[in-house]
Design a protein around this ligand. Structure first.
Ligand code: MCN
Length: 794
């Protein structure tokens, strides 16, 4: 079935209410922390209080003797059992042809700690309280070393080497594009616009903190790990093949309800391995650990943390000739699972944005810092690219007197497919339609009057544009492999039709808030012509789902959904053969639509449920030609990314006396191709925009540059957006279906977080321009806005 026929089916485009919400809203969800296994013990991690230190000794005697303690484990125990370090899933090759520096990432620290929160020891006791008390008794003798926590300082050679393998703390230098062609274009430019900017470090902050239970079953020599994770099969693969040296079939990973991830639960974390390994050492007793909120701040992988310089060369009419970018990116103290791909493959390849810039050259230096590891956080690389480009484009417009609208219109891509100079080929889009619709919805025409009204009240009002594009639906495995991925990025779906015609689907995608139990069921119900309630979606269990690459990079509907479509193709083919037999016709003459099999050109018809029953009660069945049963599995590897795009327009009002910025209006017009469930998509966009507004106005993760202490390790110091920080959003969509997946969908899960920060900061700059403020780094907190105004007027 083609994407255009699919889009016309019932249930597609229908705002079906989320099936999973009954359980979530009535307290029926089951998160890892809700699970209590027989004989369960509790683990507490002793974490480094220093940003950088040599471990002279660890004395566990007192802790081991404390009440209830079953075991205290250190790096020495891990090493003695030959438990390997945590692997990095993406190999980046430097411009000089050398591989990135890949220092060891031990499960428990060995010889050194490299950030506040680094794991030094694990204490396991009968109760959580006993484990906490005993953890206080572990004596660690540290020799404190100098730290480097800011990426710019690491690039300037400050601090001490974190790893022997990277004496200058440099992990890799990566580049993309034709440098000579870019230099030549700059040489003949009529105008060059330059910009320095910082993309602030963020902490993901899912509602449910990370949690895991490791357990070993002596009788079967099998392990089970319950874990709040976005991709259980990948977790299992990494843990068995790379760390513990176990055969995969001996380990089952179950990720039940997860309670939000936003990227931070993609990775294999040290805690997961330590709990699984130690369960066997303690005779198979299950061991649970749940992060408290401070631990989450310290030890979840953080996001962003870039310092960049960008330059756009233009001709006299403001047409882009070339873009040149240099970025220093922080990786933190160790390489997290996908850390190295974020500031490279997911960043440099997006720098064309929506524009016909003929030449682009980007260079990225990645640095180790004495901070929590940095990895993918909602958008991952694409928000950093969009922030840089959309800030730069607005500045180009202002410098040339064209404004934010005209500079975009003059440079927007208007033909598809479009091959960018940074490797990607955009399949479909209509960027001008999104821009025009956003302007209409935002009532840009009425802005001047609103600005005058604000000024009459002593306030400043500004309008900010951001025309983003992103590449998601990760990824064609061959392209990912050529770019350094150490895994494939396909997806798997199994469709099990039951004898009565109801269906269970097993998907390798994982839902931790995105509503897959509803939208995936809509897809199956639409194809089979059955009620949505007759379809259940199972995910998050390596013991039940055949295989999976999980959820990140807004890939689930476009890759996981496509795998299910492939399995449905097989179901339909087999079901048609059964129907042909029952209807005494040839397979080629059977049509399937609206849940009925019909002989072409006749009124002979039987319903899907009858075919399903026949498959399982094969009394009248062509057993010589067909196996009984109706159960099919398919794997799907996409041929391209999907490219959602849109224009966001933000309007802010600022009180120059206090520096308080209020987002008064926010408009988002997105193109997600075919939309399965508009209500769920709207929720995704709202959530993403809330996170983007959070980054632009409130959130910033701060480490003390001297001691390496995390100064923003609680919600008192790290400001998350709240309901009263959000305006009522005006949302709309434009639809150009994706042409290379069978659903026509483009991912929507990250768009809001990608497109919104530059819209907000461009609006802040537009508001403050009359006061002489020319530049601004996120977050636009009242103090920073107030100081910027004072500095500009000094
Ligand atoms: N959808 C649709 N029509 C489309 C596109 C998507 O109806 N054209 C639906 C999908 O069927 C799915 C939802 O929208 O129910 C999101 O789909 P998709 O864009 O495929 O993204 P994923 O499901 O792969 O989710 C991942 C994405 C990412 S990468 C992050 S980070 C993120 C996000 O989704 N983390 C989230 N949204 C989140 N939402 C919640 N509540 N919690 C998180 O941790």
């Amino acid at each position: 079935m083609g994407a255009s026929d699919f889009a016309k089916l019932p249930h597609i485009g229908e705002a079906v209410r989320r099936k999973e919400d009954y359980r979530f809203l009535t307290g029926g969800g089951q998160y890892t922390d809700d699970i209590r296994l027989d004989g369960q013990l509790y683990a507490v991690f002793v974490r480094s209080p220093h940003g950088h230190a040599v471990i002279r000794s660890v004395d566990t005697a007192a802790a081991s003797a404390a009440p209830g303690v079953q075991g205290v484990f250190t790096g020495a125990d891990v090493a003695a059992d030959k438990i390997g370090g945590l692997p990095c899933g993406w190999l980046i090759t430097s411009t000089d042809g050398t591989p990135m520096k890949e220092p060891p990432h031990p499960v428990l620290a060995q010889g050194k700690v490299r950030y506040v929160g680094d794991h030094v020891a694990m204490v396991v006791a009968q109760t959580l309280e006993q484990a906490r008390n005993a953890a206080e008794m572990v004596e660690v003798d540290y020799e404190v070393l100098p730290t480097v926590t800011q990426v710019a300082d690491a690039a300037a050679g400050k601090g001490a080497a974190l790893h022997d393998a990277a004496p200058d703390n440099h992990c890799y230098k990566w580049a993309l594009g034709d440098k000579a062609a870019v230099d030549a274009a700059f040489a003949k430019a009529a105008h060059v616009t330059r910009l320095d900017l910082v993309n602030n470090r963020l902490v993901p902050n899912a509602i449910e903190p990370r949690s895991a239970i490791g357990s070993y079953h002596r009788a079967t020599d099998e392990y089970t790990l319950y874990v709040a994770n976005q991709n259980p099969h990948v977790e299992r693969l990494l843990m068995t093949a790379f760390v513990m040296g176990l055969p995969e079939h001996k380990v089952r990973v179950i990720a039940p309800d997860v309670g939000g991830g936003f990227g931070s639960k993609i990775y294999l974390y040290a805690e997961d391995v330590a709990l699984t390994w130690a369960s066997k050492k303690l005779g198979g007793r299950p061991i649970k650990w749940t992060a408290d909120r401070s631990e989450a701040f310290l030890s979840d992988a953080h996001g962003r943390d870039h310092v960049s310089h960008a330059e756009m060369a233009m001709d006299a009419q403001g047409r882009f000739l070339a873009l040149r970018v240099h970025t220093d990116a922080a990786l933190g103290a160790y390489l997290s699972t996908f850390a190295t791909a974020v500031p490279t493959i997911l960043y440099g390849t997006l720098l064309a944005g929506q524009y016909k810039t003929p030449q682009i050259y980007v260079e990225v230096d990645a640095w180790f810092t004495n901070t929590a590891p940095v990895d993918a956080y909602r958008g991952a690389g694409r928000p950093e690219a969009t922030y840089l480009l959309e800030r730069l484009v607005s500045r180009c417009g202002w410098e040339l007197g064209l404004g934010q609208d005209e500079i975009r219109r003059r440079n927007l891509i208007d033909q598809w497919p479009y091959q960018t100079p940074v490797a990607l080929q955009y399949d479909t889009g209509d960027y001008l339609a999104c821009l025009s619709r956003a302007q209409e919805l935002a009532d840009v025409a009425g802005f001047a009057a609103r600005r005058a009204a604000s000024e009459a009240r002593g306030l400043r009002r500004g309008l900010g544009y951001s025309s983003y594009i992103e590449a998601c639906g990760l990824a064609p495995s061959n392209i990912a492999g050529a770019l350094g991925a150490r895994a494939g990025l396909f997806e798997c779906g199994e469709v099990r039709v039951h004898p009565t015609g109801s269906v269970t689907v097993f998907t390798g995608s994982h839902s931790h808030g995105q509503g897959h139990e509803t939208t995936f069921a809509q897809v199956v119900a639409a194809r089979l012509g059955i009620p949505v309630d007759n379809v259940d979606i199972v995910h998050g269990d390596t013991g039940r789902v055949p295989f999976g690459m999980g959820t990140y990079g807004s890939r689930s509907i476009s890759v996981g959904g496509a795998a299910i479509m492939r399995a449905l193709d097989k179901i339909e083919t087999k079901a048609k053969k059964i129907a042909a037999h029952l209807l005494e016709a040839s397979d080629a003459d059977i049509e399937f639509s609206g849940g009925n099999f019909t002989v072409k050109g006749t009124d002979k018809s039987i319903p899907f449920a009858q075919v399903a029953l026949t498959a399982y009660v094969p009394h009248n069945y062509p057993l010589d030609k067909l196996e009984p049963g109706l159960n099919e599995t398919a794997f799907y590897d996409p041929t391209n990314f999907t490219y959602p795009a849109g224009t966001y327009i933000c309007e802010v009002e600022i009180d120059p006396a206090t520096g308080v910025t209020r987002v008064d209006r926010f408009t988002a017009v997105d193109d997600f191709g075919t939309i399965i469930n508009p209500m769920i998509v709207e929720g995704q966009v709202q959530g993403g925009i809330a996170q983007g507004i959070g980054q632009a106005l409130l959130e910033q993760c701060v480490y003390d540059p001297g001691s390496g202490q995390l100064l923003t390790a609680s919600f008192s110091d790290y400001a998350m957006p709240r309901a009263d920080d959000m305006p009522t959003l005006k949302l709309d969509t434009v639809c150009t279906p994706c042409v290379h997946n069978p659903l026509g969908t483009k991912g929507c899960g990250e768009a809001g977080a990608i497109g919104s920060p530059p819209a907000v900061i461009n609006a802040v700059l537009d508001a403050l321009a009359p006061l002489g403020v020319k530049d601004f780094d996120m977050p636009a907190t009242p103090l920073r806005v107030w100081e910027a105004i004072r500095r500009a007027q000094a």
